[in-house]
Design a protein. Structure first.
Length: 129
């Protein structure tokens, strides 16, 4: 398990090139590798990573609590980077904050522990048998 400092450096996106898989389909390990390989990242790249990390942390099946915690911790780090990037663009920053808030609010209805999530988790477990 990595430290918060390692997690922060993983989310800084300042090394080699990205993978070819769509971000929305990447696992936590793939997102980590993708973030490490982004180099000069665009807002779109970072925003997609943020959304995927939140999805892993709050909505996806098949992840341990530790993996979910790590994904959400990295999402927080990425969000800080996004907000820094948007510091001079208050309208875009407000739109991002609203979209991020809406994604997290959806967890109440569809995220971990919700009725919809529990039903899907039972279906996933039955399919694995």
């Amino acid at each position: 398990m990595s430290t918060d400092a390692e997690a922060a450096s993983e989310a800084e996106c300042d090394t080699a090139g990205p993978t070819s898989a769509p971000v929305a389909e990447m696992s936590l390990a793939e997102i980590l590798a993708y973030l490490q390989g982004l180099g000069q990242a665009t807002f779109q790249d970072i925003n997609q990573c943020y959304s995927r990390l939140v999805a892993i942390g709050l909505f996806e099946h098949g992840y341990s609590d530790a993996e979910r915690d790590r994904a959400l911790g990295l999402a927080d780090t990425v969000k800080v980077q996004i907000l820094k990037t948007l510091a001079g663009q208050p309208d875009l920053r407000a739109e991002f904050e609203q979209a991020a808030s809406m994604q997290i609010d959806q967890a109440r209805f569809h995220g971990i522990g919700s009725s919809a999530w529990r039903l899907e988790e039972q279906r996933v477990r039955r399919a694995r048998r």
